[in-house]
Design a protein around this ligand. Structure first.
Ligand code: HEM
Length: 239
């Protein structure tokens, strides 16, 4: 038997994914330029401040000058790219049926735990999967919901008078601002875990997000509903 080539990621998904990466990077960088002009957040109990985002030493070390106007210009320009790219990704995912491989099903939350134990080498076997394992389904769906959350909280603090109903949904202007900030921390944490997983999964998995196809070694057998099936049948779509 020869090595086989499977279609894994449709072209549209690859474009949306790779456009999102630099756009999100600019959104985080420009968002920080805005935040640094009025850095109000810290972690404290009572009157004891445990951690300040970002301490004075940080500004001194990196010679950060206040660039509020520059940050706002980039943030409000790139938010359109982030929004349009995200909207097209959502439309494509639902119209193409790709959502079937992405959204968690009723077993995913339990199985995500088993995937974690397997990744930590505590459990020998991993639960059977289609395109994405249960942990990926939960994480990728969460990041999409976070993206929607960033747009809603962002609009709520961008135009709190015009979008006053959004501010109200978010619990007011101050709550919307902190929610927007926490979502940004969430992206950074997601990104770190995502990159570690991509490195662990290896080159074949990574290059599939660029080329669209994955190489399946001759001996590979996959399982679906407990039955052994050929890799062609595990739920990949045509690119
Ligand atoms: C250098 C940066 C990045 C690399 C190398 C990378 C790599 C990958 C790879 C290889 C996959 C496919 C995983 C698989 O087939 O098992 C993937 C999927 C995905 N990544 Fe990334 N990624 C990066 C940045 C990001 C960022 C910044 C986000 C969003 C915050 C993101 C969100 C996603 C999502 C949602 C999917 C699933 C896409 C779908 O099928 O609909 N990635 N990524």
């Amino acid at each position: 038997m020869k090595t086989r080539v499977l279609n894994k990621h449709p072209l549209a998904i690859r474009w949306f994914h790779w456009i999102n990466f630099p756009v999100l990077a600019v959104m985080i960088w420009s968002g920080l330029l805005i935040y640094w002009a009025n850095d109000v957040y810290n972690i404290k109990t009572g009157h004891t401040v445990w951690f300040h985002f970002f301490p004075k030493s940080f500004y001194d070390k990196y010679h950060i000058s206040f660039r509020l106007a520059e940050g706002m210009s980039f943030h409000f320009a790139f938010m359109w790219l982030f929004f349009i790219n995200g909207l097209l990704y959502l439309l494509y995912t639902f119209l193409s049926g790709e959502w079937r491989y992405l959204l968690p099903n009723k077993h995913s939350f339990k199985e995500a735990w088993l995937v974690l134990l397997h990744d930590l080498h505590i459990r020998r076997s991993a639960p059977s999967q289609l395109k994405y394992n249960a942990a990926q389904r939960v994480a990728y769906t969460a990041i999409i919901i976070m993206g929607i959350g960033s747009v809603i909280t962002g609009l709520a603090i961008y135009k709190p008078v015009q979008f006053n109903y959004l501010s109200w949904i978010c619990g007011g202007y101050e709550s919307a601002r902190i929610e927007h900030f926490i979502l940004t921390i969430g992206y950074v944490l997601f990104f770190l875990v995502h990159i570690i997983q991509v490195i662990i999964a290896g080159w074949n998995n990574f290059q599939a997000m660029i080329s669209g196809f994955e190489f399946i070694p001759p001996s590979t057998k996959e399982t679906k509903n407990g039955k052994s099936v050929e890799p062609e049948n595990i739920g990949t779509t045509k690119a």
